[in-house]
Design a protein around this ligand. Structure first.
Ligand code: PEP
Length: 250
């Protein structure tokens, strides 16, 4: 069922040395080679820090795991000290670019405009954008979740052709659900935001994922939701055994 198979991926954020990244990737490739049926049931992706990107991509070549970058600039090259472009991450082996994570919006000034520019650059070079959206707790409490995330998605995808839209992955990651200060969203809490996202973008984008405190105990019920096309996982997938457990639940 590879066509309808859920995406289950992880971003390592600012963790792991080169050696740690390589070891994880090698173990993942070996585990998938030993369990070919797993590869038919799930679409795995791994997003290392830039420093480990090339090594991880090399280890995972031919494994069926999509390797991504956590960020890339909208320009192809130039005087942008400290930045890395889409052609550069592609050169290092990335096939996907994560865009607009809430940590980047909060700490690094990512806006609707920069996410739109990065989505366009990613598509221009034939890579897959993984657009992250999500609302803060105050917006949720005021009943504004769907409106907030739809505005983020509309803004980032504005002007794309239907063909381009069809190559975009969206991850709904409520800010209040992410990281050690967050708590996982419950199935009832996810129903309205996912219905809104699927209603407007479900048949037009490649998939809509959930992220935010996914762990081994709640992954199966989240994946069982009709509107959830996959999971985007942080902490619970940073150990290889934890990630493999999540893949096996899909
Ligand atoms: C994230 O930051 O995108 C994320 C899903 O993190 P965690 O699973 O650790 O909450």
């Amino acid at each position: 069922r590879i066509d309808g198979a859920p995406w289950v991926g992880t971003s390592w954020k600012m963790t792991k040395t080169l050696a740690e990244g390589r070891e994880f990737a090698r173990g993942l490739a070996e585990a998938l080679a030993a369990e070919p049926r797993l590869r038919e049931r799930v679409r795995p992706f791994v997003i290392p820090p830039h420093t480990a990107l090339a090594a991880v991509a090399a280890e995972l070549e031919g494994s069926g795991v999509v390797v991504g970058a956590q960020n890339a600039h909208w320009e192809d090259a130039g005087a942008w000290t400290g930045e890395v472009s889409v052609p550069q991450v592609a050169d290092a082996g990335a096939a996907l670019v994560e865009i607009g994570h809430s940590e980047r919006r909060e700490h690094f000034g990512e806006t609707v405009e920069t996410t739109a520019a990065k989505v366009a650059a990613t598509l221009r070079h034939g890579l897959t954008p993984l657009l992250c959206v999500g609302e803060p707790a105050e917006v949720r409490d005021a009943g504004g979740s769907a409106e907030h995330i739809l505005a983020q998605v509309r803004g980032a995808l504005d002007g794309l052709s239907e063909e381009e839209l069809g190559r975009v992955l969206v991850a709904y990651e409520p800010i209040w659900a992410i990281g050690e200060h967050g708590r996982p969203a419950t199935v009832p809490e996810l129903e309205a935001p996912f219905a809104a996202l699927q209603g407007e973008f479900g048949s037009r984008t490649a998939a809509i994922l959930y992220g935010g405190s996914v762990h081994q105990d709640n992954a199966a019920e989240l994946l069982a939701m009709d509107d959830v096309d996959g999971l985007f996982v942080g902490r619970a997938a940073w150990r290889l055994e934890g990630y493999l457990e999540l893949l096996r639940l899909a």
